[in-house]
Design a protein around this ligand. Structure first.
Ligand code: PLP
Length: 286
């Protein structure tokens, strides 16, 4: 398959990056994952805005614009659809670049390493209770750094939390800050439903501003009468919720049916999930 590296498209086997790249040595970079179905990207503009915000937060100058990213991503789809299929995500990574010295300080006169490739993803989730992919989760204290709003390639904190879930037979972990409030999962944002109210934690440095979260909030507010709120959510509220959802670019809205080994609500995929996924499926490209 065809990938992009530093201004050129090439076979994946041709793409080479120095071990002195700060992405490798320090995790000093930003990444994005943008899903597409049949050639159409979901949330392209907000994904690129978040990428640019992350790069600005790290003072990485890149010279890329949204139209330039669009042309690059479209070309990756075009080149890879014949072999990889019609459901593809584009992964973009921009690191600070390669420097001969391993100094912590930002080097001067270094240009960023820009890498992108396309990979096959599952077909978009279908709003059907019987076909939903559901999740079992555990809970834990959020032990990551205090800049979780930056989509950094330094994912060790998230990797360790995710593994904690795997080792306890779960597929995600819901994390709580020192005040006992829900932040997010290892690779997802979280929503709960109680008595018809849909709630998700407010944006802060404690969680990634998920694009699926953003699109879902917009769609629910624009196209439904459902009661949606961004507010702090305690542990007690999470375990007593009628429904819990995980959101991410690949999962869209995924129902959680078990938390710490106990059923969520009645232990079945919820009615509000169905409504939300129907609306999301109908309006995600708007
Ligand atoms: N939170 C974390 C830590 C993530 O890594 C991700 C993305 O995979 C998300 C939330 C969901 O973000 P998005 O909806 O933009 O995929």
């Amino acid at each position: 398959n065809t990938v992009f590296l530093n201004g050129q498209f090439m076979a994946a086997s041709e793409a080479k990056i120095s071990p002195m790249d700060r992405g490798f040595l320090f995790g000093d970079g930003i990444y994005e994952v943008i899903p597409s179905y049949h050639g159409r990207f979901v949330g392209f503009t907000p994904h690129i805005s978040r990428l640019h915000a992350g790069l600005a937060a790290l003072s990485i100058e890149h010279g890329m614009t949204e139209p330039a990213w669009r042309a690059l991503c479209d070309k990756l789809l075009e080149a890879n659809r014949p072999t990889l299929g019609d459901n593809l995500a584009v992964y973009i990574q921009v690191s600070r670049g390669t420097d001969s010295k391993r100094n912590h300080a930002f080097p001067t006169g270094v240009s960023p390493t820009i890498f992108a490739y396309a990979f096959a993803i599952a077909a978009a989730p279908i709003p059907d209770k019987a076909k939903a992919t559901s999740y079992a989760v555990i809970t834990g204290n959020d032990l990551r750094w205090q800049r979780c709003h930056i989509k950094s390639t330094s994912l060790l904190g998230n990797v360790l939390h995710y593994q904690q879930g795997v080792e306890q037979g779960a597929q995600e972990i819901l994390l709580f800050d020192r005040e006992g409030n829900l932040t997010e999962g290892a690779a997802v944002n979280v929503f709960i439903v109680k008595n018809g109210e849909i709630a998700t934690p407010p944006l802060s440095h404690k969680l990634l501003p998920g694009i699926t979260r953003l699109l879902l909030l917009q769609i629910l507010r624009q196209h439904s009468q459902l009661n949606v709120i961004e507010r702090d959510i305690s542990y007690d509220e999470v375990v007593a919720a009628d429904e819990i959802w995980l959101t991410s670019s690949s999962k869209e809205i995924a129902p959680v049916l078990q938390i710490n080994g106990k059923p969520v609500g009645d232990g079945k995929v919820g009615d509000i999930w169905l409504k939300a996924q129907q609306l999301f499926s109908a309006h995600k490209y708007d």
